[in-house]
Write a protein that binds this ligand. Structure first.
Ligand SMILES: Cc1cc2nc3c(=O)[nH]c(=O)nc-3n(C[C@H](O)[C@H](O)[C@H](O)COP(=O)(O)OP(=O)(O)OC[C@H]3O[C@@H](n4cnc5c(N)ncnc54)[C@H](O)[C@@H]3O)c2cc1C
Length: 265
């Protein structure tokens, strides 16, 4: 674990959708440790620091994919190739990738596709992988081509029906389950989407890993900002990925979370 940010130069920026950009930078894994899908980084823009999932892991290069939703993320979107950011991590427990010759289902909604895309790159090496890519509209669908190129079976789904299945990710999942079943699933997206998916997968008897987000400050397990009721698990240490058995015990899952001052909303 590193506790001081490493200063890295942005090598490449890709505009993925009208609201999401991918930032690529060098990362010496011999020096800073191996990085696994589902782990996250703390990104520092020299004034604030926020958590971001790793969307691609290559030899000595990492990517993050950032949705512009507020002050910090909009400042990141203003960066240019050659600009520097601070990076600390990687942190957290990633996805379980110990599968062989299984039929697996990956589900990502919006920028929730970031961690599950890095995961899919690994899973396709030894498994058959279906990926349900959900977004509000066609222009916001993330990584379709990349996922097809690595050999995943991609199922796009949009709320407004502008591309692929018309409806929510949960509707698309119900439709996939009419013809298929899966040995295991992996889910990341807005919590309102994940709770719907969780209920369907539980009914179908399909165990899964779910990646959760909570407001984070230290990411080192010290401040307690990202603890969840009633287990007290810290999303930065015991998470951000939890399996079905653990998700069943997180009472606030799909119900509420806490803001920067700890107030429930
Ligand atoms: C483990 C983890 C992985 C994440 N991965 C990604 C990713 O790959 N791509 C991406 O675009 N976003 C990701 N996020 C969310 C990202 O950290 C927030 O969108 C970002 O911090 C918003 O900052 P802002 O100033 O632009 O927006 P603000 O206007 O400050 O906040 C908008 C919303 O973002 C969330 N947020 C704000 N600050 C934090 C914080 N310190 N920690 C957690 N959530 C916060 C809150 O829900 C808030 O309501 C991740 C969050 C976590 C916890």
């Amino acid at each position: 674990m590193i506790n001081a940010p490493q200063i890295v130069e942005i090598k490449e920026i890709v505009s993925e959708t009208p609201t999401i950009k991918t930032f690529k930078f060098d990362w010496d894994s011999n020096k800073f440790g191996e990085v696994n899908p589902g782990e996250f980084l703390m990104i520092w823009n020299f004034s604030d620091e926020k958590p971001m999932s790793i969307s691609n892991i290559s030899n000595n290069e990492l990517s993050i994919s950032v949705k512009n939703i507020g002050e910090f993320t909009s400042q990141l979107h203003d960066l240019k190739v050659g600009d520097e950011i601070g990076v600390r991590g990687s942190y957290g427990n990633g996805f379980n990738t110990d599968f062989d010759a299984k039929k697996l289902l990956v589900i990502g909604g919006g920028v929730g596709m970031a961690p599950v895309t890095a995961l899919t790159h690994k899973l396709v090496e030894n498994n058959e992988v279906d990926v349900l890519v959900a977004a509000t509209t066609k222009d916001e669908l993330l990584f379709l081509e990349d996922l097809e190129n690595v050999g995943a079976n991609v199922h796009p789904c949009t709320d407004d029906g502008s591309f692929g299945f018309k409806g929510y990710a949960s509707d698309c999942l119900n439709s996939l389950l009419e013809d298929s079943t899966y040995d295991y699933a992996f889910v990341c997206g807005p919590e309102i989407m994940m709770i719907g998916i969780f209920n369907i997968l539980e009914d179908a008897g399909i165990l899964a890993d779910y990646s959760l987000e909570r407001y984070m400050k230290c990411a080192l397990g010290v401040c307690g900002q990202c603890c969840v009721d009633n287990t007290g698990w810290r999303i930065c240490m015991e998470g951000p990925v939890f399996n079905s058995e653990k998700i069943r015990l997180i009472e606030e899952f799909g119900k509420y979370r806490r803001d920067a001052s700890g107030v429930k909303y």
